[in-house]
Design a protein around this ligand. Structure first.
Ligand code: RIB
Length: 292
């Protein structure tokens, strides 16, 4: 099943720290590394790594060669990525000794999607395709409206969370993917979320799928020792959607595969580059089954 992903592409500047800095404090990093990231591209890499077919639609700046090279090297075609005059988006990421992170993003080229690029991508999408999007690009409300007008199904991850943008489209999207905090914020703004399927990730506890009719299915997380949780939610969503879009009746398989993919991803540093291949996930699941 084709998934057309309108998503961010970031250069992640990652600083490993003993602990997070306090306001006004200067800390020395233990190490520094540059990785490919961006919620959008992380999800595209996870879809491709899980055996799904993804078309990534986004934008990079004149400085975008490094990021585009990494995207292609990770198995995602770059022909849907525009070159614009604004610098490529980036993220400053602190990762502490407990593998927790703090992230500040600068949108840059991710905020330069235009309607012609969106229209062309949707016109080229097969009628059975899913559209995926997050909140790191501009024109999210427009993308949802155009995708629904074209009769496509839409999965939306409203991160970084923006209540107004999420509420503007909640009745149109087919799947809303949120973390536990975003789910709470949505429920505070609108107590009745029935009518939209929800995929809620609960970090190290696991994830839950709530269907449109309210039926719930829970998937526990696999217990692992994380080194960097950056991009774990993106990995979960991409891996889940690759399976769910193909076989919506095999929900528990999709959830279990996604939990395994995220469990492997957090054991390596970096976001997109840490996403495991399908064979790695299947080997992990077989090992878990043997362990009983
Ligand atoms: O979800 C993780 C991602 O958030 C990072 O890769 C960073 O680029 C930010 O977009």
């Amino acid at each position: 099943m084709t998934i057309v992903n309108f998503g961010s592409i970031n250069v992640d500047l990652v600083y490993a720290l003993e602990r997070m800095p306090q306001p006004g404090e200067t800390l020395s990093a233990r190490s520094f590394e540059q990785f490919l990231g961006g919620k959008g591209v992380n999800q595209s890499v996870a879809i491709a790594a899980s055996g799904g077919e993804v078309r990534h639609i986004g934008a990079v700046g004149p400085d975008g060669d490094w990021a585009l090279g990494r995207v292609a090297a990770l198995g995602v075609a770059t022909d849907g990525v525009a070159r614009v005059a604004t610098a490529t988006g980036h993220a400053i990421i602190f990762v502490d000794a407990h593998a927790e992170n703090m992230i500040v993003i600068h949108g840059g080229a991710n905020q330069a999607l235009n309607e012609a690029q969106i229209d062309a991508a949707l016109a080229a999408a097969p009628s059975h395709a899913w559209v995926l999007l997050q909140n790191e690009t501009n024109l999210t409300v427009e993308i949802v409206a155009k995708a629904k007008q074209a009769g496509l199904r839409v999965a939306y991850s409203p991160a970084p969370f923006d209540e107004a943008r999420a509420l503007a489209v909640i009745d149109q999207v087919d799947l809303m993917a949120v973390n536990q905090y975003e789910a709470e914020a949505l429920r505070a703004a609108r107590p009745d979320l029935s009518g939209t399927a929800l995929l809620i990730t609960h970090g190290a506890k696991g994830a839950e799928f709530i269907a449109q009719d309210g039926q719930r299915q829970f998937q526990a997380a696999f217990a692992v020792d994380p080194v960097d949780t950056t991009g774990a939610g993106d990995t979960f969503l991409g891996a889940f959607l690759a399976h769910y879009s193909q076989a919506p009746d095999q929900l528990s398989l999709a959830l279990r595969y996604a939990a395994a993919a995220a469990a492997l991803q957090v054991q390596k540093p970096g976001a997109a580059v840490a996403i495991p291949s399908k064979s790695e996930v299947e080997a992990f699941l077989a090992q878990q089954a043997r362990a009983g």
